[in-house]
Structure formats: C-alpha cells, structure tokens
Design a protein around this ligand. Structure first.
Ligand code: NI
Length: 183
C-alpha cells in the first residue's frame, strides 16, 4: 500500500472518462483499492475516487469506523468500496450542505444533493450489492460517484457566493485541512 499524490482541480485527469472495471480481483484493482484507502486516511478524507490519484477507472472508497475531523458532527458512514456504481434517487428532495474535496483543498461550498438514494455497484470482491442511504451518507456517495462521472462539487453548486475558504468559513476545522505530502 502506498500513499499516492492527490491531483487537484485543473488537472485534466479529474475530468477524463473513467473506464468500467472488468476484473475486480486483478492485482491492479486490488492494489488500487489498497492505495485509495491509505491515501484517503492520510488526507483525512471522507472518501476518495480513483481519478483523484490519476487512475481513470470507476472505483471509489468512502467511510470509516471513526469520526472524521474534516466533517465533525456528521454521522459515521460505513467503510465501503464501490466499483462501477449507479445511483437512483428515492425521493426528489434535495438538501443543501457544505462540502469539501481533497482535490479542491482549503475550500468549502454549499451543494444540493439528493436526501435519499439507492446505490448499486460491485464490492471489493467483485460481488454486486445495493444499499439505501440518507443524509450525509447519501451526500458522500453522490460526491464520490460524481468523481467517476467527470463532475466536481463546484459544478453542482447552485450559488457560487456560497464558496469560500475553510479557514474563513469554519476556522475551527481548518487545521484538519492541511495538505498531506505523499511518501
Ligand atoms: Ni472529492
């Protein structure tokens, strides 16, 4: 496992097409999953998607067993590997909340997301699964899947006046946003 460099907004790999995974059990995909977990934990992310480390395939990971310092007071999201995903909204309701992104360090924006979704995909063993999610869990899934669909959270914002620096908007959590150097 390796902590990989997280590429930032402006790098064309964040907006490139991401290939569907054929063989989840391949050493390349299993190694990618391990690197995504290690890189996400080192950066204190709530989730991370393969294109964020420059690999254009449909793999993302999210969630943790412990609270995230970048998102205090949010409910825990189960640790999940999600491959070749799809999302179905189960209610038309959208909720607004602040989001950040490891590829847009130091900023937060207000983003509307579906409140209640059903998501489907393959797990780390290549087995299909589906799960309902609400609230913050649903938000994280939508954010990470968007990375696989060439979309950053800023592209989902309804009002760019609600984009700002974490250190200004939320000085109490800005320390958790400090960039992490790859090994
Ligand atoms: Ni992100």
């Amino acid at each position: 496992m390796t902590i990989r460099e997280i590429i930032k907004m402006g790098d064309p790999r964040l907006l490139a097409e991401n290939a569907l995974v054929g063989d989840v059990q391949s050493p390349e995909i299993q190694g990618l999953i391990a690197d995504l977990w290690e890189t996400m934990v080192a950066a204190k992310g709530a989730g991370i998607a393969a294109p964020q480390i420059g690999v254009n395939v449909q793999v993302c990971v999210f969630g943790a067993h412990v609270p995230n310092p970048r998102y205090p007071d949010r409910p825990l999201v189960p640790p999940t590997v999600l491959i070749n995903p799809s999302i179905e909204p189960l209610e038309p309701t959208l909720d607004d909340d602040w989001e950040g992104c490891l590829s847009i360090p130091g900023l937060r924006g207000m983003v509307p997301r579906y409140r209640h979704i059903l998501y489907r995909g393959l797990n780390a063993h290549g087995e299909p699964f589906e799960r309902q999610a609400h609230g913050f869990h649903a938000r994280v899934v939508q954010h990470e899947c968007d990375h696989l669909w060439q979309t950053l959270y800023t592209m989902r914002m309804a009002d760019l006046r609600q984009l700002g620096y974490t250190e200004v908007l939320f000085p109490e959590i800005a320390a958790a946003e400090q960039p992490v150097k790859p090994e």
